[in-house]
Design a binder for this molecule. Structure first.
Ligand code: NAD
Length: 295
């Protein structure tokens, strides 16, 4: 049974740490926020007074933090004091460059490291059904897999350092673009007098079929579990979609890739966010699309 240090107990990290406890792991947790530490304690984790204290005696260290700068701050604190050969896994969604820097820091101090961003949202974090997209050496991935299996149902090794983050932002760029496309199709269908159900029945079994339509339909009715049936309560907030599309644009720029639709999708989500809808589920972008017709 590995001793696990878990740093970052927010909307995702809190329930992920709780699932490690449920799986029988000994978890020592830390977050800057007292309420999050209290919740982790109630879930059965031991609480440390700092990140550095949390990693003492740990076999595996996991971070789940907002952005690259937070990850590099915490890794710079903890990696130098970890026992040589310890595994450190970052599950946050961060820029590829910071992920590579974090791996380099771990390698310099003789640690095994994995970038392992997730998809599945807070529901997946609570239900231990997340997908983990992993980057790092084979040996590090093999060590991380059994621990990640306590928090998720699909664990994919995508390649070397940063490959997990690369897979995550490419996937979410597809998602952001396709959700706008599906929203536009429903907005056009409304103007043409075509019912939501009729478009769904045709497109879901035709060449327009995609996850944004069949699993997360942005109009109420056809897919009862989609946020459209619940006032567009997230789910996956539009502000997080802006974050991921911006990471994709940063990576495209750095790598010299052309992503014209990814750039346009980023601009559309940014406008929705700037209008005060950052907390609305990203499928609510259909409301923004409809509002453009009135202008
Ligand atoms: P969150 O803001 O709820 O949690 C982040 C936590 O990190 C906070 O509790 C904060 O106090 C803590 N923190 C920040 N700096 C710290 C430090 N130096 N030391 C200790 N704790 C620190 O965010 P979240 O929704 O849990 O998301 C975490 C990551 O997962 C993000 O990178 C996000 O993009 C990604 N993600 C989120 C979702 C989602 O649906 N929420 C889905 C997939 C991926």
């Amino acid at each position: 049974m590995a001793n696990i240090a878990f740093i970052g107990l927010g909307n995702m990290g809190g329930p992920m740490a709780a699932n490690l406890v449920k799986a029988g792991r000994k978890v020592t947790a830390f977050d800057l926020v007292e309420a999050s530490r209290d919740q982790a304690k109630a879930d059965g984790a031991g609480i440390a007074e700092s990140s550095v204290a949390a990693v003492k005696g740990a076999d595996v260290v996991i971070t789940m933090l907002p952005a690259g700068r937070h990850v590099l701050t915490v890794w710079n604190e903890v990696v130098p004091v970890m026992t040589k050969g310890t595994l450190i896994v970052d599950c946050s969604t961060i820029d590829v460059e910071s992920a590579k820097q974090a791996h380099a820091l771990a390698a310099k101090h003789g640690m095994l490291s994995v970038d392992a961003p997730v998809s599945g949202g807070t529901g997946g974090a609570k239900g231990a059904t997340l997908t983990f997209m992993c980057g790092g050496e084979e040996k590090a991935f093999a060590a991380a897999k059994p621990v990640l299996e306590n928090m998720g149902k699909k664990i994919v090794h995508c390649g070397g350092a940063g490959a997990g983050q690369a897979a995550k932002i490419c996937n979410n760029m597809i998602l952001g673009i396709s959700m706008i496309g599906v929203g536009e199709a429903f907005a056009l269908a409304e103007k043409l007098g075509l019912s939501h159900q009729a478009l769904f029945d045709v497109a879901s079994t035709s060449s327009g079929q995609c996850w944004a339509l069949t699993s997360y339909c942005p109009v109420p009715g056809p897919v009862p579990t989609s946020p459209a049936n619940n006032g567009y309560k997230p789910g996956f907030a539009s502000a997080l979609m802006v974050k991921d599309l911006t990471l994709a644009q940063d990576a495209a720029k750095a790598a010299g890739a052309a992503t014209p639709l990814g750039k346009h999708a980023q601009e559309i989500y940014k406008a929705f966010d700037a209008a005060g809808h950052g907390g609305v589920d990203f499928s609510g972008i259909i409301q923004h699309v409809r509002s453009l017709a009135a202008k």
